[in-house]
Design a binder for this molecule. Sequence first.
Ligand SMILES: Cc1cc2nc3c(=O)[nH]c(=O)nc-3n(C[C@H](O)[C@H](O)[C@H](O)COP(=O)(O)OP(=O)(O)OC[C@H]3O[C@@H](n4cnc5c(N)ncnc54)[C@H](O)[C@@H]3O)c2cc1C
Length: 393
Amino acid sequence: MSAGIVIIGGGVAGVRTANLLAARLPAARAHIRLLDAGGRHAYQPAWPSVALDGADPGRFSRDVRSLLHPRVDPVLDEARRLDPTAGKVWLESGATMSYDYAVLATGTRIDRDAVPGLEEGTHDCYSVEGALRLREALGSFAGGTVVVGIAGVPYPCPPAPVEFALRLDEWLRRRGLRDRTAMRYLSPLNRAFPIEGPSREIEPILEERGIAVHTFVNVEEVDPAGRRLYSLEGESFDYDLAVLVPPHRGSRLVTDSGLGDPGGWVPTDPASLKVRGYDRLFALGDATDLPISKAGSTAHFEAGVVAEQVAAAIEGREPDPDAGTYRGRVVCFLGVGRGRTAVIQFDADHPPHLSGPSRLWTAARRAFRAAYWRTMRTGLAFRAQRLLPRGPR
Ligand SMILES: Cc1cc2nc3c(=O)[nH]c(=O)nc-3n(C[C@H](O)[C@H](O)[C@H](O)COP(=O)(O)OP(=O)(O)OC[C@H]3O[C@@H](n4cnc5c(N)ncnc54)[C@H](O)[C@@H]3O)c2cc1C
């Protein structure tokens, strides 16, 4: 009998898991459905380019159906509730789905209301709409004080705000506005970058570009009229333009199904990626509560693990100990400006290691971006990343 697999979410995590399962399980073994609420798969790393380079946002999202293996059935609907004991999902349309195995790949949602004044007083490029609004604000920016920072953790792509600050510095220089602009980088931690080793290498770059780093700034409130933001630690910062990563939460499906922690993150076993307490429910990508970078690469590597776990269960065997175990592998690019890019990578056996910055990695990143839509199915670009030196154990 064919097992029913329902994958919820059509981002990197969901599409990759669905395609891997479809490639290895014949139709007689599994019926695979992928549910996505909006029906569009977004390449989120391009959003800063929408704000800064005038890039067309249409280039960075695709109909999710165009990315799926022919044996994956797409369902464009929102999952409203999931009962893991009954193996059932309730959909926005009123339909229901029963499953043998389910995968939560529901990513994050932005919660700007968590910080009073944030929505009215600040900008971000954590959505297409946000990036377009920021592009407009930059168009009329004539100099002043810019703050770049983080208004809530965890958030997708830890390097994104530092990279944005460095790109904005270059943008201002190109327009002759840098001399008239003070730049401040606000970090909620005791350093600029979340990971200690790479932070030691990144802080001098920020300093050299004249970007003042302020640590222990947890943004509590924004006064949009006074253009001032206040931190939990008792400081205040005046600004003319504020670009802050908004707070993120897990999908409403997770909380409404009683599955998440207070932030809506799914309690997930770090090795098997099973949702804690359940044998036939998995979670991966940005949706999990794992204390690891929420990144496309994380989702990509985790997808192979979930596919092996589910395939093994359906085939009635033990999961392969290598392929079926997530070992914390993360690879992130960090553009540092002046045409150079660094790569940060780590896993359970290798501490965070920063390679570069170099022009070579900029070229590699461009190649990866150009091949993104094709490699969503094949994973070739990420296979190439396995060739990277991983640093000392
Ligand atoms: C500005 C920015 C820059 C970034 N740069 C990088 C980078 O350089 N490198 C990198 O590796 N990562 C980067 N990331 C992070 C990366 O984009 C995310 O980590 C990745 O997209 C997460 O994939 P996901 O599949 O877990 O979630 P998502 O891509 O968010 O997909 C979740 C999907 O689930 C769907 N969904 C949610 N709830 C439901 C529901 N109830 N029913 C049906 N469907 C639902 C949503 O519609 C969505 O399509 C960046 C992110 C941002 C915002």
